[in-house]
Design a protein around this ligand. Structure first.
Ligand SMILES: *Cc1c(COP(=O)(O)O)cnc(C)c1O
Length: 480
């Protein structure tokens, strides 16, 4: 018998076969699974607390526990009825890629350790740059998600626009004091201000706060939930007069609450005129740039200095896959590059990338493979088709909702999210509960313009017309 941590060929095969059998059965049954099933789940979760195991248990028993007990007690984020939050996907091919990546366990943080594998991931980044509309000289990194990508973007902006000297003084000074005591008149000592919309995802404010910024202006939005460019310009002008320093502007390529796409061309112009870093949060929306309608909506995104994309949302990949792309790859390197004598030499040419030079991470998973394998197997076309279908489905859902007495469509779909309400806040809240109790779809709320709304977010590669019809049927039945 070999050591248990080094299974022989037969055992390795058994482990995979047994897991695959259950995974496949699970995926096949997704359409008939409830959209969510969490009643009492936290109570069961509490019973699981246990000390460090001293002895092993049978593999089958553990798989039974996972597939029969743990996995079913959840929001079914992988199922077709999950129209909540921003759905994830989880295409099967990506899971297979993860199995390969983890099992061969090569190191892609530095190019020298696995040049071809690092290049595979660099290609993925390049494809994302292309999708975002960037040209030559752009670059980026894959992250674990949109939030981390946002944090990296803000830090990159700070390192490039404010410089190290600046940070020390402006960030440590109490609010306002830096400007007041600025005797030298150097721009370096003026408090940097960040601007976003009142609909911007909180990942932006959170990242800005983590990066040490205290002054974030939330600009009001218009009737379609887009940042009011006139209000933005007024606020910036006022801040300038007060001796503050407009530093970074964040636009949304699809907000989470209503899917609103800011006037990205307008925002790009304001950022340019004020010598600010222009960041675009495309965690939900950026991949719609693959479609013709999406491209028309997202015009101006390519003018951003940095763009967050979330392949684990609108590219249907498993959770744990985010991306940051920047117009000028040097900005990332300038912010993150640091060498140590115990590391292999970094690449000096621009073609080959050391990912640790572009991000806070050193050792990490080979996350590029889970994007690369499906994209190489199918090309981009099936992904584009899926996104086009989602745009159609959202438009269809909105048109059908307009026909229902008492329903008000509060946010028409700009991409694949829409929001509606039923008479008043209280009745909307009650309606949401009744829809979700049917468990064919799961919807979630938002508060926009002070009003409670129900969102429908159609993103999953498993959601098609039949499921949207079920959602509409449940809504119709529950309002009457
Ligand atoms: C989901 C989302 C985020 C955060 O991304 P994570 O991958 O969840 O960290 C940021 N912005 C928008 C618009 C999002 O939809």
């Amino acid at each position: 018998m070999k050591h248990p941590l080094e299974p022989d060929a037969g055992e390795m095969r058994r482990l995979i076969d047994e897991a695959a059998r259950r995974v496949i059965a699970h995926i096949e049954s997704l359409p008939s699974q409830p959209a969510q099933n969490v009643e009492g789940a936290t109570d069961v979760a509490r019973t699981l607390i246990e000390p460090l195991p001293r002895h092993g248990e049978a593999y089958e028993t553990l798989l039974d526990f996972l597939f029969d007990e743990a996995i079913p007690r959840s929001f079914n984020a992988a199922g077709p009825g999950y129209l909540a939050y921003v759905p994830g996907g989880g295409i099967y091919h990506a899971a297979v890629a993860d199995y390969i990546a983890d099992a061969v366990n090569r190191y892609v943080g530095v190019c020298a350790a696995a040049p071809l594998l690092a290049q595979i991931e660099a290609n993925v980044v390049r494809w994302f740059c292309e999708i975002a509309g960037y040209g030559k000289g752009s670059g980026g990194v894959l992250t674990t998600g949109g939030s981390l990508a946002t944090l990296i973007a803000i830090i990159t902006a700070r390192k490039n626009l404010l410089g190290d000297d600046d940070e020390g003084r402006t960030l440590c000074a109490p609010t306002g004091e830096a400007a007041a005591t600025n005797a030298t008149g150097r721009g370096a000592q003026r408090a940097p201000i960040l601007y976003c919309g009142d609909q911007t995802h909180h990942a932006f404010q959170k990242s800005a706060s983590l990066a040490g910024f205290t002054q974030i202006r939330e600009i009001p939005s218009d009737a379609e939930f887009r940042v009011r460019v006139d209000a933005l310009e007024e606020t910036i002008a006022r801040d300038r007069e007060a001796g503050l320093r407009p530093f970074l502007l964040a636009g949304s390529a699809g907000t989470t609450a209503t899917g609103a796409v800011d006037d990205l061309q307008g925002l790009a112009r304001v950022a340019r005129e004020n010598v600010m870093w222009f960041h675009v949060d495309g965690a939900y929306g950026a991949f719609f740039n693959l479609t013709e309608r999406g491209r028309a909506r997202l015009r101006g995104m390519e003018e951003a200095d940095s763009i967050v994309l979330d392949p684990h949302k609108t590219l249907f990949l498993p959770f744990g896959t985010g991306a940051l792309v920047v117009r000028d790859a040097h900005t990332l390197r300038r912010a993150h590059s640091m060498h140590a004598d115990y590391l292999p030499a970094f690449q000096q040419e621009n073609e080959l990338v050391d990912f640790c030079e572009l991000s806070p991470e050193l050792s990490r998973d080979f996350r590029g493979l889970r994007v690369w394998l499906p994209l190489k197997m199918f090309g981009i076309e099936p992904f584009r088709e899926q996104l086009d279908e989602k745009l159609d489905l959202a438009a269809y859902a909105a048109a059908e909702l307009h026909k229902i007495e008492g329903i008000e469509v509060v946010a028409e779909p700009q991409l694949s999210i829409l929001a509606f309400r039923f008479r008043d806040d209280e009745q909307t809240r009650a309606l949401l509960q009744r829809i979700n109790a049917r468990k064919r779809v799961m919807l979630t709320p938002a508060v926009v313009g002070g009003r409670f709304v129900i969102r429908i977010c159609i993103v999953s590669h498993r959601t098609h017309r039949d499921r949207v019809d079920m959602a509409l049927e449940d809504i119709r039945n529950e309002v009457s």
